[in-house]
Design a protein around this ligand. Structure first.
Ligand code: ADP
Length: 341
């Protein structure tokens, strides 16, 4: 099944810059794809179209089998919760500890405190930060900061992770370790799209490479080198070093196995937007099943408070992650009923 499909996508920004020209490609569920290209080639625009931060000027973007080109703005935050995002600058909340940063990504989805308490330590073990749960981002090294970014992206079991220059702020050893971690996550069935200009890492990883030049796809190959053997340019050969692998201790490997077991196999996973609908339905059921008896009033009051808190946190999160939904939903042709049956 295709996780992503771009069909004849054009993106022209309001100032007239044409960032993408008739882009068509698809990514299957479970693939690991590097999107490479010079600065300004259009890599981030592809990511922004997937998270609906930007909309295509023409063409269609399909995610998990569902057209999201004109997904109404009010569903965009739900969609984003289904995608794990990793940023070059990590985007951690400085006033929260490592565990709280990761927990926050679960809180905004309405996860129960019990589930948060169970999953956060597990995911921190997976990224090798079990012992840093209570420290603040300022006390972390760059490599550790990005591991928190990965833990946060991973904690809600996304089917898709979008990593925008994930190693851009890291030295080669840490960059390699981060890529090794992403590769492990990918082996667990999560589709990964990584935008990068890190030639050495791309060559080393031997994954599919989608190259952009001035908004056009100039190469889509599985040869796995930044400079493909079919070009005249020299292929930079880098031996696999043990650094990336030995970075993980046995207990982290175990944690990964446990985490993987708690994640349903990709074939059994439900459609992305079906799961958005399920989220909404679960929430509706949770609240409507409560009878408004005297006894329940107190509980309802507490739930209302928590819903308000969560909403406030969600808004703060959206501001922090610079992914605010656009103001207007004018022009959206898709009716909500199609997503929330
Ligand atoms: P990359 O991620 O490969 O560096 P981008 O997708 O950020 O490339 O940018 C592609 C092109 O679109 C560039 O020419 C850039 O200047 C332009 N661009 C990106 N965002 C905007 C925007 N919000 N408004 C106008 N032009 C933009």
């Amino acid at each position: 099944m295709n996780m992503i499909e771009f069909k004849d996508v054009n993106k022209i920004y309001p100032n007239g810059t044409r960032a993408l020209h008739d882009i068509s490609f698809s990514v299957e569920s479970g693939e690991f794809v590097f999107v490479i290209g010079e600065s300004g080639a259009g890599k981030s625009t592809i990511v922004k179209l997937l998270t609906c931060e930007e909309r295509p000027s023409h063409g269609s973007v399909i995610l998990g089998g569902q057209e999201v080109t004109e997904l109404p703005d009010k569903y965009v935050p739900f969609l984003r919760r289904k995608i794990g995002m990793i940023f070059q600058d990590f985007r951690l909340i400085p006033s929260r500890t490592v565990a709280e940063n990761v927990a926050y990504a679960m809180e905004v989805t309405g996860a129960s405190p019990k589930e948060i308490k169970r999953r956060v330590p597990l995911v921190l073990s997976v990224v090798g930060l079990k012992n840093k749960a209570d420290v603040y981002p300022a006390q972390l090294s760059g490599g550790e900061g990005q591991r928190v970014g990965i833990a946060r992206a991973l904690v809600n079991n996304p089917r898709l992770i979008l990593a925008d220059e994930p190693t851009g702020n890291l030295d080669p050893v840490n960059g390699e370790a981060i890529m090794a971690l992403l590769e492990r996550i990918n082996r667990n069935g999560t589709t990964i799209i990584a935008c990068t200009h890190d030639q050495n890492l791309v060559n080393k990883m031997q994954k599919r490479v989608l190259q952009l030049e001035k908004g056009r796809i100039t190469r889509d190959e599985y040869c796995g080198n930044y400079y493909c053997a079919s070009t005249d340019r020299e292929v930079t050969s880098i031996e696999h070093s043990s650094a990336s692998v030995s970075d993980f201790e046995a207990d982290e490997t175990e944690a990964f196995a446990e985490f993987s077991e708690s994640t349903p196999p990709s074939t059994e996973r439900i459609n992305l937007l079906d799961s958005l609908a399920q989220d909404s339905e679960n929430r509706r059921k949770r609240y409507s099943s409560l009878n408004r008896t005297e006894e329940m009033k107190e509980i309802l009051k507490k739930i209302d408070e928590r819903v308000k808190q969560r909403e406030a946190m969600r808004r703060q999160d959206e501001v922090l992650s610079s992914h605010e939904a656009q103001d207007s939903s004018e022009g959206n042709k898709i009716e909500p009923g199609e997503f929330f049956k």
